[in-house]
Design a protein around this ligand. Structure first.
Ligand code: ASP
Length: 406
């Protein structure tokens, strides 16, 4: 693990340096061929992670839940996991709203191309309607969700299978053993993919750094800096403090040992694709029991998104500022709730937050045209929010382990 840890770190440094070099010397004759090769290699890495994702989530949750049931502590793990997820998302959105109300980025700029923007805030998609669709979407044909990679219903189905392995006769226990060995098989493939991780991360970072437009940064710099600042407060202060108070694990130990997962999150912008690394860091480095890691981490990669939640709240306020709407306290409470639902509903894949951002804007009656403004910088901000998402998941497994004393 330490070797992979070091190699991934070196690969990330080299990827960023190379990307900057190519940006500064764009006429370098091999530039295009080199970048094209890196696009393919980077995509190959992400595809291989996606390939393993659905089986990994399925088997890890089944095995995790089936083992949880053996101990009387299973309901305690459930309770603490959900309590942790909701409290940290609450803190993330709260911090975002406070800081955005203080800094007020976007005030004073007018965007002429949004004519209907000054409309009163009306809810064009009711929250109840959204919730109804969300809840109904949790129970679908498992084979359909397996093949389409629809993770949330897959998680529900895996939990049911895992739960059904609790107790039961010898036939049921034999089935459980089959799942356990298939899980080991999947983990072997995960380890093979991880050997390829440094090369994949190098390629992803080279192409990302090279293609970032600098003009974009100057236009939206205050908003970008504010959002990154909020994420840093959450990721460097709030979450590590919570971890330290509850488990006595120091922030430095979290950041240095968790580095492979954080760098992968930064480079892939996908909590789901990073899941194999997060699991490996939690189990191999922090020695979190598999029964906890296999439950908290896949669930966290899907529903626990502190970075996405705070980003959606901040971006909605930014857009409201741009169109000259001062959101009242009650409107900000709606924003609070909808940002949380939107982040829970966003799958752990790149730019997923942008899809649910449309819902947030719609609920608040803000112009959907604003997405065109948010999208170009999403690649950059997604890297940060995914890292925060993954940090939140990893810390969740450590805290749940501590408070349930397993
Ligand atoms: N990319 C994020 C993740 O995978 C989701 C988002 O778009 O906010 O965690």
């Amino acid at each position: 693990m330490n070797n992979i840890n070091r190699n991934i770190f070196l690969a990330a440094l080299m990827g960023i340096s190379f990307g900057l070099f190519l940006k500064i010397y764009p006429l370098w004759s091999l530039n295009n061929a080199f970048l094209e090769a890196n696009v393919i290699i980077g995509q190959l890495f992400i595809n291989s992670l996606k390939m393993i994702l659905v089986p990994l989530v399925f088997f890890s949750i089944v095995v995790g839940v089936s083992n949880l049931g053996n101990s009387k502590k299973s309901s305690t793990i459930w309770k603490y996991t959900l309590l942790y997820f909701f409290s940290t998302m609450f803190l993330a959105i709260f911090t975002a709203l406070i800081i955005m109300n203080l800094v007020k980025p976007g005030i004073g700029i007018t965007v002429d191309s949004w004519p209907e923007a000054k409309n009163a805030i009306t809810s064009s998609l009711s929250i109840m309607e959204f919730l109804k669709q969300f809840i109904l979407g949790l129970f679908v044909n498992p084979f359909q969700s397996l093949s389409s990679g629809n993770i949330l219903p897959l998680i529900i189905f895996s939990i049911l299978i895992g739960a059904s392995f609790n107790g039961g006769g010898t036939k049921i226990q034999a089935g459980k053993k089959v799942f356990e060995s298939l899980y080991e098989v999947i983990m072997r493939i995960v380890n093979w993919i991880m050997m390829f991780a440094p090369i994949g991360i190098f390629s992803l970072l080279v192409t990302m750094v090279e293609s970032q437009s600098s003009e974009l940064f100057s236009q939206l710099s205050i908003f970008i800096i504010t959002v990154i600042g909020i994420m840093l407060i959450h990721g460097l202060l709030i979450i590590p403090t919570l971890l330290f108070i509850i488990t006595k694990i120091s922030p430095l130990s979290l950041w240095s040992n968790g580095r492979p997962a954080f760098i992968s999150a930064f480079a892939t912008s996908s909590s789901a694709a990073t899941l194999p690394l997060t699991l490996s860091v939690a189990c191999n480095t922090f020695k979190v029991p598999k029964s906890i890691a296999n439950f908290v981490l896949p669930l966290g990669a899907t529903i626990n998104m502190d970075g996405t939640a705070l980003y959606e709240a901040a971006a909605a306020l930014f857009i409201a500022n741009l169109v000259g709407i001062d959101l009242s306290l009650s409107q900000q409470i709606i924003l609070f709730f909808i940002a949380m639902v939107a982040s829970i509903g966003a799958p752990g894949i790149p730019s997923a937050g942008m899809v649910t951002m449309a819902m947030v804007l719609q609920v608040l009656g803000l112009p959907l045209e604003a997405l065109a403004l948010l999208l170009p910088m999403d690649r950059l901000l997604d890297t940060f929010r995914t890292t925060i998402n993954v940090e939140g998941d990893l810390v969740g497994s450590l805290i749940v382990q501590k408070v349930t004393k397993l």
